[in-house]
Design a protein around this ligand. Structure first.
Ligand code: HEM
Length: 542
């Protein structure tokens, strides 16, 4: 989830920061006149009725409370719905906007004439830099374009190589996870699985965190060239450091006043340590791969069509082949790990959160994939499972891994809605204003998804698929910055769902608490995904 210090999600740190910012804030955009005249008819924005009209601490306090109570997503959805989809409010005295109106979100992200007016904002670029550098996730303009054009061709669509990697790690899952009906947390298991798969696909060697979670040895054997997996303890250390660093740089790690005071006064030594662990882990992987890469090159100097000795499928080798600097490669890998890993954990966790509570849906999936007779699916077979596809679309609708996001106006600009007494006219958005939006709320709008929009009903996609996909549906973002890993994500989710349905004859729901959000860069289930698994006798290994 994308966070800026002028956005809703930074609200919890407001009480402390307000004291400092109210003294030091420069003249607010709220007071500044827009520099360019409007090409549109627009109306004054519809303001939140603040009790504190100077800093807007009233609404920030309510939001902070909703975050503490793990109800940020429903709280903001209800609030913005009451304002016809868009409100303008004060965030520490700065004008900010929050919207769930797809017309606004598309204007900001995808409209050619408008989207260049919005960027990630200076706060995100600055705060995220120690972990993400100026990688694709943390850059705008020419730098972003450069990353995007490099990564698009090397981030392959999922094919036989990727399926082989998925299968290897799913076999490990089946081997190590208890299937005797005892309760396990699938979300925690997927967290390890997605790291093992991502490091295998991107670096060529897997962290093997999943087997070590259950005290088992790993199964993959490095890249087959003496480059062993940096597995077990080292993988776990990397995973913990990476998780912490992501939460800390995005400012959502510690909402307690004491924690904030401590960090303000003494800095965050855990972050320093975590950054060092992450950077040296990736540096070491690049160093090893680079040696192998150059050895391969020397070996095949005489042979035209250098083949990287079969390692050409691994993203890191593709990047080395592009002759990019080590620094660039390091940040590309870190950005891709951040982009893909947690969103996949969240997605796969939600799929099983639903399936274990909806035996009817699970039975339908089981019936659809029965043609495989327990065999792993091929790329082609997987693409034909239309019910499975609808189930996954519906999971992404109700449990989007990135449920809220934010952009900053880089110039005085306009949004089509949010102005006038009914909020239906265009409105001015001054340079520097944060515009937050809730994908979670948009995905529940009855005007796009019907009166039963809150229900999990995969069949709705049978109708919707005949028509253009609703504008309000955007789990993978929209416009030029649409997710680059969408195909890989859908393939991994489908493949793993098929295999797990085949592996287990029953998946019993053991969740006691109702679903509650756990916000990070992505959103997952705060209480995990608890199930009891019973192994099937029919599953066939690849
Ligand atoms: C279900 C899984 C996933 C979801 C829901 C998802 C969603 C998103 C979203 C919402 C964004 C836009 C973020 C922003 O600009 O603020 C994004 C960007 C991105 N995603 Fe994904 N993603 C998923 C999986 C993956 C995977 C597996 C990869 C790569 C291996 C990946 C790579 C990227 C990249 C590189 C970007 C940056 C694109 C750009 O800024 O040009 N994603 N993703």
């Amino acid at each position: 989830m994308d966070v800026d210090n002028s956005s809703f999600l930074w609200a919890p740190s407001v009480p402390l920061l307000a004291i400092f910012l109210s003294i030091t804030l420069p003249k607010t955009q709220f007071q500044r006149k827009p520099s360019s005249p409007s090409p549109h008819t627009h109306a004054p924005p519809r303001w939140y009725p603040h009790k504190d009209p100077i800093l807007g601490l009233d609404v920030l306090f309510d939001i902070a409370q909703s975050v503490y109570n793990h109800k940020f997503l429903t709280f903001t959805a209800d609030l913005i719905n009451r304002f016809n989809g868009t409100i303008t409010y004060l965030s520490l005295g700065r004008q900010a906007v929050y919207t769930i109106d797809p017309a606004n979100v598309h204007a900001m992200l995808a409209d050619r004439t408008r989207c260049q007016d919005f960027g990630l904002g200076p706060t995100r670029r600055k705060n995220w830099k120690p972990l993400f550098g100026s990688g694709i996730f943390n850059s705008d303009g020419a730098v972003w374009k450069h990353h995007r054009s490099t990564l698009r061709p090397v981030l392959s669509r999922a094919g036989p190589h990727e399926f082989e990697v998925f299968e290897t790690h799913l076999q490990t899952l089946m081997r190590v996870v208890p299937a005797d009906g005892s309760t396990v947390d699938l979300q925690r298991i997927f967290d390890a699985l997605t790291l093992d798969v991502s490091t295998h696909l991107f670096l060529g060697t897997s962290t093997e965190v999943l087997p070590s979670l259950f005290g088992s040895p790993g199964t993959t054997d490095g890249d087959g060239n003496g480059n062993r997996n940096r597995n077990g303890a080292q993988g776990q250390e990397f995973a913990a450091a990476f998780n912490y660093a992501q939460r800390a740089v995005s400012g959502i790690d510690d909402f307690t006043l004491s924690g904030l005071c401590w960090k303000f006064l003494f800095g965050d030594s855990r972050l320093e340590q975590s950054l060092q662990t992450v950077h040296s882990f990736i540096d070491e992987a690049i160093e090893q791969a680079s040696e192998t890469f150059h050895a391969d090159r020397a070996d095949s100097a005489d042979s035209p069509g250098h083949q990287l000795n079969g390692r050409g499928q691994v993203l890191l080798y593709k990047l080395l082949n592009e002759a990019r600097s080590r620094e660039d490669i390091k940040y590309d890998i870190i950005n891709l790990l951040a982009a893909g890993k947690d969103s996949m954990t969240s997605f796969m966790g939600s799929i099983w959160y639903v399936l274990c509570q909806r035996p009817d849906v699970l039975d339908n999936v089981r019936a659809e994939i029965s043609v495989l007779q327990g065999q792993p699916p091929t790329v082609e077979q997987l693409s034909k499972f239309s019910y499975l596809h609808m189930v996954l679309q519906e999971v992404l609708r109700l449990y989007p891994p990135v449920p809220a996001n934010q952009r900053t106006a880089e110039a005085d600009t306009f949004l089509p809605r949010g102005g006038g007494p009914d909020g239906k006219s265009a409105m001015l958005v001054p340079r520097g204003a944060s515009v937050g939006y809730s994908v979670y709320a948009m995905h529940r709008l009855p005007e796009f998804f019907g009166p039963d929009a809150d229900e999990f009903r995969p069949e709705r996609w049978a109708d919707v698929l005949l028509n253009p996909r609703p504008k309000a549906y955007m789990p993978f973002h929209a416009g030029p910055r649409t997710c680059l890993g969408q195909n890989l994500a859908m393939s991994l989710a489908k493949y793993s769902t098929v295999r797990l349905v085949q592996f287990y004859q029953s998946v019993e729901n053991r969740n006691v608490e109702p679903w509650e959000e756990k916000l990070g860069l992505n959103c997952s289930s705060r209480h995990g995904v608890l199930v009891g698994l019973t192994a099937s006798s029919q599953c066939v290994s690849s």
